[in-house]
Design a protein around this ligand. Structure first.
Ligand SMILES: Cc1cc2nc3c(=O)[nH]c(=O)nc-3n(C[C@H](O)[C@H](O)[C@H](O)COP(=O)(O)O)c2cc1C
Length: 218
């Protein structure tokens, strides 16, 4: 069993998987662990579609691809893609992406939806910026799936390509009214998992009393 601190510090994204299948029983066990994630008012707004059908997966991929190519176009132009939800207007670039191009071979594909009617969007009244707090009722659940996977020797990655193509993807997945497509999670037995993660040190983001205060010095 991996200890929780090690799991927190080493759960790097996995985008390459062996062909070894992951049973429904294991997927159900991951979700059974993840359901203990916190959510605002304990509303547990998650819904999960375990997407097995190759045709459905291919349609998901077809909706993800233009988003990926737009992302790469912005990257290539040295811009931050989708900042404040906006397109940069740069020409999309066709770069292969194994998750998208070989979606049928990924052992587990989970579409994660959130029931917006059950989420208190506490900062939904800020007209100067996009709301962010609502996501906190669904992404801890997603991260718990990835940690639960790690605990079983599996790995994966949370992706949001499809969220940008939600309108097109909704009928493919039967997304219920009032729900948002929060993430697509890919899982399987890793061909490789990076455990030396590049993250900024605490002194670069933690200050005392105020965000312009002195650095937290342990
Ligand atoms: C909100 C969110 C959205 C993400 N979207 C994507 C995505 O669309 N495609 C993808 O390949 N990875 C996606 N990722 C994974 C990140 O790229 C990854 O967590 C980050 O680059 C750190 O890399 P590492 O896990 O290898 O250290 C996403 C992660 C988060 C938390």
């Amino acid at each position: 069993m991996i200890d929780i601190t090690t799991a927190l510090r080493t759960n790097g994204s996995v985008r390459g998987f062996t062909p070894e299948p992951v049973s429904d029983a294991v997927v159900a066990a991951l979700l059974d662990d993840a359901r203990f994630a916190p959510s605002g008012g304990n509303q547990q707004p998650w819904r999960v579609a375990v997407v097995k059908d190759a045709a459905v997966r291919r349609q998901m991929a077809d909706h993800m691809r233009p988003v990926w190519q737009e992302y790469m176009g912005a990257q290539q132009a040295g811009k931050r893609a989708f900042a404040f939800g906006k397109s940069t207007g740069d020409a999309p670039i066709a770069v292969p992406n194994a998750l998208i191009d070989q979606i049928e071979t990924v052992p587990v594909v989970l579409a994660i939806a959130a029931d917006l009617r059950r989420i208190a969007i506490m900062d939904g009244n800020q007209d100067q910026r996009p709301a962010i707090v609502g996501g906190a009722s669904i992404y801890p659940f997603c991260w718990s799936i990835l940690l639960a996977a790690k605990a079983r020797g599996l790995g994966g990655v949370l992706t949001t390509f499809l969220s940008r193509a939600e309108q097109g993807a909704a009928p493919v997945l039967g997304l219920p009214d009032g729900h948002a497509l929060a993430a697509t999670i890919f899982l399987g037995v890793p061909t490789h998992q990076n455990t030396k993660l590049r993250r900024n040190p605490v002194e670069t983001f933690a200050t005392v009393d105020r965000f312009d205060g002195p650095p937290l010095a342990p």
